[in-house]
Design a binder for this molecule. Structure first.
Ligand code: GTP
Ligand code: MG
Length: 339
């Protein structure tokens, strides 16, 4: 490799469903036209979806790589080192954005990015943590040490989802953020992940140390593997199913045959059901178009997406166990054709 400048790199952190991928889509939309950027996305579930969402934004000069099946912060087999090195080797990017999973602890990733593999390669810029003030008001989230360290380790905190944030919830959260030490170089508020590119180059405080370094089990027993980005041999009506259980949360993902087409109304009704979902995301072939379903807590949205590959779904619950067989039967009932 010829000698070249270190690559500006940002970690975009934040809890499950807070808007990390949305903000990355917005940032890559502002990329200077002559630059090449690379995005590395890590998915908690075994079925990767964020990579497809970012790719389908269709921005020129963007390379996307995805690691699914667990957080790279607790990996024992160094997938971030290999995936990132490969991404750099193949694309020689001018900037790198990294999205860890919503349950990922930023400390180990930051250590890796500052460590021997990348010291001479990456120029680590501001770590940006997106946050939802409603999460700060929710004890099921505030009591999660990873959530607290995501805020603590960030140089910039972006309070997202302002369009539906109650001032009674926002004010105490902003007061909390202003009292954190070391202080944030910026605290901003936004909606739909709209961020100014200049935030990527905000001041960095390198001496942030985690409050809860053991919050995320290191070398956890689950396997880390590359995402099943393209899966052949999935037969119509016989999806590939991948279950996992981490940090007390049951998760399950499905990849369907590209030939399975679904009924939109039935999917919407099923995903809107009253089960204990923390995060649900999926892309589905509904015949005449493809749809992206997104649910965070009780809030479900659905919209068209230019992605065209295979229908896939990932669900993370707030409970440790779930019998997915019944749910899968309901999912299969939403298929209208397999041609
Ligand atoms: N109301 C509202 N919804 C938003 C906003 N920003 C993002 N969303 C929605 O929140 C959902 C999750 O957004 P993502 O960008 O996928 O969140 P994420 O943090 O990448 O999610 P994970 O990677 O699964 O942790 C999607 O339905 C988004 O459209 C916002 O400012 N307001
Ligand atoms: Mg995401």
């Amino acid at each position: 490799m010829t000698e070249r400048a270190r690559i500006p790199t940002n970690l975009i952190t934040g809890f499950l469903g807070v808007g990390k991928t949305t903000s990355i889509r917005h940032l890559i939309g502002q990329k200077p036209p002559h630059e090449r950027w690379a995005v590395l996305v890590n998915e908690f579930g075994e079925v990767g979806i964020d990579g497809a969402i970012i790719e389908s934004a269709g921005a020129e000069g963007i390379a996307v790589s995805e690691i699914a099946g667990g957080c790279f912060c607790c990996a024992s087999d160094s997938p971030i080192e290999f995936s990132l090195m490969e991404l750099i080797r193949q694309t020689s990017p001018d900037r790198i954005l990294i999205e860890p999973t919503g349950l990922g602890h930023p400390a180990k990733v930051l250590d890796t990015l500052r460590g021997p593999w990348f010291r001479g390669v990456l120029d680590l810029r501001a770590t940006i943590c997106l946050a939802d003030a409603a999460d700060y008001a929710n004890p099921r989230v505030t009591n999660v040490d990873v959530f607290r360290d995501q805020l603590h380790m960030a140089d910039v905190v972006v309070v997202n989802k302002m369009d539906r944030t109650d001032p009674a919830v926002l004010d105490p959260f902003l007061a909390h953020l202003k009292h954190l030490f070391p202080p944030k170089s910026q605290i901003v508020t936004t909606s739909q992940g709209v961020l100014d590119l200049t935030l990527l180059d905000a001041d960095v405080t390198p001496e942030r140390t985690p409050l809860f370094p053991e919050a995320h089990p290191i070398d956890s027993p689950h396997a880390h593997r590359s995402t099943a980005s393209t899966v052949s041999l999935v037969l119509p009506r016989h999806p590939l199913r991948k279950e996992s259980n981490q940090m007390g949360r049951a998760a399950c993902g499905w990849i369907f045959s590209p030939l399975d087409a679904f009924r939109k109304v039935d999917l919407f009704e099923l995903f809107n059901g009253s089960f204990d979902v923390h995060r649900l995301k999926g892309v589905f072939n509904v015949g005449n178009e493809w749809l992206l379903f997104n649910r965070v807590g009780g809030e479900l949205t659905c919209g068209a997406i230019p992605y065209r590959r295979d229908s896939r779904l990932e669900i993370i619950l707030d409970q440790p166990h779930f019998d997915w067989d019944d749910f899968e039967r309901l999912l299969l009932n939403c298929i209208r054709t397999a041609s």
